[in-house]
Design a protein. Structure first.
Length: 270
């Protein structure tokens, strides 16, 4: 009875997290990040790259964006026609820009990002426990198989197959889950681990690293009672993320301090 209760609890959590990972659609940037029709027409009719870049700078003045491209320009998606928020990337499979995109997962046939990253982590965790529990409860029958206590031919096949599949998935999930735990502890996405986000002072993989506890709260929220349940509790709305050090008074994408002084703009920090 105890085995069955534990089994069904793990099974329900496994299915629940898998369901949430699949059917939680990735969040796209809000309307204020989309280029207006007039700006879009002005941008597309301009052939000079430096003028196009200046148009993007003007549009991004009122937006809380702090990362840039490798060349120092505004991060702009020409397919979605929008200014990319920090940590936002375009998914070629989903054909949309996804907030805090981590990767496109073939296991769940969905893009893993701000809206479902917590669910994906819990799915990996409960899948790992599920496989471990099955392997542990079947192992004693595997011992009986080697000692000759199992005489039924069908039982032998079932025990060998179930143990092999459980162990195989457990090992693969262990490495994948461990890697994502390391990413969460550093407050990085998979894309950021391979290509560091670019700030005013250059690329910095630790630009969003706030410390272990705050990094966990970014994904799971402040209420610890919700951490192990597939219920949305991540901090923020996916458009802006606290950074390790932000000393600039203005948006660092727009201009340097001398350009701000020349334009006569000396505003307070947003």
């Amino acid at each position: 009875v105890v085995y069955l209760i534990i089994f069904h609890i793990l099974f329900v959590l496994f299915v629940w997290t898998y369901w949430k990972s699949i059917f939680t659609l990735p969040v796209q940037p809000g309307k204020k990040y989309h280029m207006s029709y007039a700006d879009q027409e002005r941008y597309e009719n301009e052939d000079r790259p430096e003028v196009q870049r200046q148009i993007l700078v003007e549009i991004a003045r009122k937006l809380p964006v702090y990362t840039r491209t490798g060349s120092g320009g505004i991060r702009f998606c020409d397919r979605c026609q929008l200014i990319k928020p920090d940590r936002c990337h375009h998914c070629s499979v989903c054909a949309v820009c996804v907030l805090k995109m981590d990767h496109h997962c073939p296991w769940v046939n969905n893009c893993i990002g701000f809206s479902n990253y917590k669910f994906f982590l819990l799915f990996l965790a409960y899948s790992l426990l599920y496989c471990l529990y099955i392997a542990a409860t079947v192992f004693k029958y595997f011992i009986k198989y080697w000692t000759g206590e199992l005489t039924n031919g069908r039982s032998k096949f079932h025990v060998l197959f179930l143990l092999f599949v459980a162990v195989m998935f457990f090992v693969s999930l262990m490495f994948l889950f461990g890697y994502h735990c390391w990413l969460v502890s550093r407050n990085r996405s998979t894309l950021e681990a391979f290509s560091a986000p670019v700030f005013q002072n250059g690329p910095d993989k630790n630009g969003f690293n706030l410390g272990f506890v705050k990094n966990l709260q970014q994904v799971f929220g402040e209420e610890k009672k919700l951490w192990l349940l597939p219920i949305a509790s991540s901090q923020g709305d996916g458009h802006f993320f606290p950074m390790r050090a932000l000393c600039e008074a203005q948006n660092p994408l727009l201009a340097n301090e001398e350009q701000w002084e020349d334009d006569g703009i000396d505003g307070e920090p947003h």
